[in-house]
Design a protein around this ligand. Sequence first.
Ligand SMILES: [Zn+2]
Length: 301
Amino acid sequence: MLYGLDIGGTKMELAVFDHEHNKLASKRVPTPTDSYDAFENAIKELVLETDRELNTRGSVGLGIPGFINPDTGKAQCANVPCANNQNLQVDLELILDRPIKIENDANCFALSEAIGGAGDGFSTVFGVILGTGCGGGLYINGKLHNGRNNLAGEWGHTPLPYHVFKLAGDDFPIVQCGCGMQGCLDNYLSGRGLELAYKHVAGEALPGKDIVQLFRRHDTQAERAVEIYCELLASGLGAMINILDPGVIVLGGGLSNFDELYELVPPLLEKYTLNIGQLPEIRKAEFGDAGGVRGAAMLNA
Ligand SMILES: [Zn+2]
């Protein structure tokens, strides 16, 4: 059996898959974020309880909101403070008494969509999460691409170009990002970005889902906010298309459920890419929120 664990900042989920990637069971518990002992124990409980229930000894793959520093072996994951800078892999292998695999959660998402998902059959898949932040994972020629520091695919901290901000107006805000840089697309293409665009246009803040509803009722301010958002998204994706030349870009995260994006964004991509060959398809994730656990389980497939 393949166990996939998706570790989030508030919840962690374990899902069980067979070797054909069929989901057999899953359970969720809150993520202990203050005590590393409690965090480790919660994972141990989930895994050993599942072993007992299924009378098996599952292979464990872990998706984390961060990465393992290949030089130090320590986890870098700010959203789970107690696990940050810990020897997560070594410690969990010890308490679970088996080898485990750990990957960035966006990489797990990309892997899941590349095999049996919306990116199935493409040799190069860029998996993009448009959620509370912007994550990304690269699947190239049959495997995940990790890079020198396990950071590959982290496109969220790429600044958007100045001329694209100008399309939104001279006074469009250039956000100081938590990473230290300015104008990172994480602030503009996540849910916060749509809200920021609406606030810029309408002068008042609204949650993203309300903006989408107004857009569907042809509210002109919401339409303008979505127009700005799509322009910024096309620019961000265009930069990656020029570098990676993927066959498909799969969108996940909350904003991937905004179905109009799949009509509005592709025609804009030409402006931000070299005008050669075919542009990638932009597809919606097939496994939705389950992509994280599915990809984590597939790390051992
Ligand atoms: Zn940043």
